[in-house]
Design a protein around this ligand. Structure first.
Ligand code: SAH
Length: 338
């Protein structure tokens, strides 16, 4: 619930409006029961307990990388479903990577999150709960959020927008929009809707191929929203928001790593300040796709054509930290239905 909704609910119980702020701030500091809210009267706490519940996530697995300290959580939700969250430490602070859905229905050929399809959308509080629970469990202050975990944020945009409002709230975790990135596989109506919100967050677009033929082969979403229309939507997004877009590009051997594809990216990004983030492909056991051996060459080719390109540093290589791998392992081991 937003602060306004909680305040209204308090009003309906005959309470003054500042009670709304009190409850909101307890929830966003991680209270897991109304009984903890000791600046509310006992009768009010009991009344709230009868009318509402507080949903908290339960950590069913936690793995810490010995290589770089990255932590990966597998959380169990109220209905027994599971999602993953990853905590990464950088010089500029701690970044948390959160999931937006249980599973995913986008079907990208290289991604472990989509193998079992989508189970359901996450609620705003389940997305927020990942940030809050990670901060509380690890004792590390979260300064940045990336919506790059399991699921497609733009296939659950109402709940994602509500989550953004909550996590950005000054009375809540107060994480600035400029410290938040949202990644999409390219759902054009979602990009247009987000542009209208004029948020200062960073939009990341999973490009992975600049030509329709290759992109449709590895990303079925391209059959609905073609890459040429996607580039046009990105251009509009930049013009409307003034925010530079980041393009993700997982380097796949013999599929999307040819020089002509780098040239085509450069051609499409001409006049649009963008940034290409080359990602070394993480091996997914179920997929025949292999990591490219041309990443540096591809980066140089992009740079020589005026495109800023970086290679993403891989973290958590020893803890199944990428894209739905931990959830899949738990499912396969029959540990839980997830
Ligand atoms: N659904 C959203 C966000 C989740 S995926 C999206 O598609 O953008 C976050 C990023 O990881 C995406 O760019 C996705 O394409 C990439 N990714 C998925 N599987 C990967 C793999 N095996 N190796 C490298 N990157 C991968």
């Amino acid at each position: 619930m937003t602060l306004e909704e909680i305040t209204r609910a308090m009003g309906e119980l005959g309470e003054p409006s500042f009670r709304g702020k009190q409850v909101f701030s307890w929830l966003h500091r991680g209270a897991s029961a109304f009984a903890e809210m000791d600046n509310l009267s006992k009768p009010l706490r009991e009344k709230l307990d009868g009318l509402y519940y507080i949903d908290r996530l339960r950590a069913v697995r936690k793995q810490t990388s010995r290589l770089d300290g990255t932590v990966k959580y597998l959380w169990e939700l109220g209905d027994g479903s599971c999602v993953e969250t990853v905590l990464m430490g950088y010089r500029h602070g701690n970044t948390v990577c959160v999931s937006s859905q249980v599973g995913c229905r986008m079907g990208c050929a290289f991604c472990a999150s989509t193998i079992g399809g989508k189970v359901r959308d996450l609620t705003p509080s389940e997305i927020l709960g990942q940030v809050l629970s990670t901060q509380m469990d690890s004792g590390r202050q979260i300064s940045n959020i990336v919506l790059m975990g399991i699921g497609e944020p733009m296939d659950n945009l109402d709940n994602v927008l509500r989550f953004l409002e909550l996590v950005n709230h000054p009375q809540g975790m107060d994480i600035g929009m400029r410290h938040i990135s949202l990644s999409t596989c390219g759902i054009i109506p979602g990009i247009r809707r987000l542009a209208e919100q004029r948020l200062q967050l960073t939009l990341s677009v999973s490009l992975h191929a600049p030509d329709s033929e290759t992109r449709s082969r590895i990303m079925p979403v391209n059959r609905a929203y073609d890459v040429d229309e996607l580039f046009a939507a990105c251009r509009d997004y930049f013009e409307q928001t003034g925010r530079r877009i980041s393009f993700e590009y997982a380097m796949i051997d013999g599929v999307n790593d040819a020089d002509w594809q780098a040239d085509l990216i450069a051609k499409n990004l001409r006049g649009m300040p963008g940034h290409v983030n080359l990602i070394p492909l993480n091996n997914v056991a179920e997929s025949p796709l292999k990591p490219s051996r041309r990443t540096r060459k591809f980066q140089e080719r992009l740079e020589s054509r005026g495109v800023t390109a970086t290679v993403r540093r891989s973290l958590g290589g020893d803890i199944d930290a990428s894209c739905g791998q931990l959830r899949r392992k738990a499912m396969e081991a029959g540990e839980r239905e997830c």
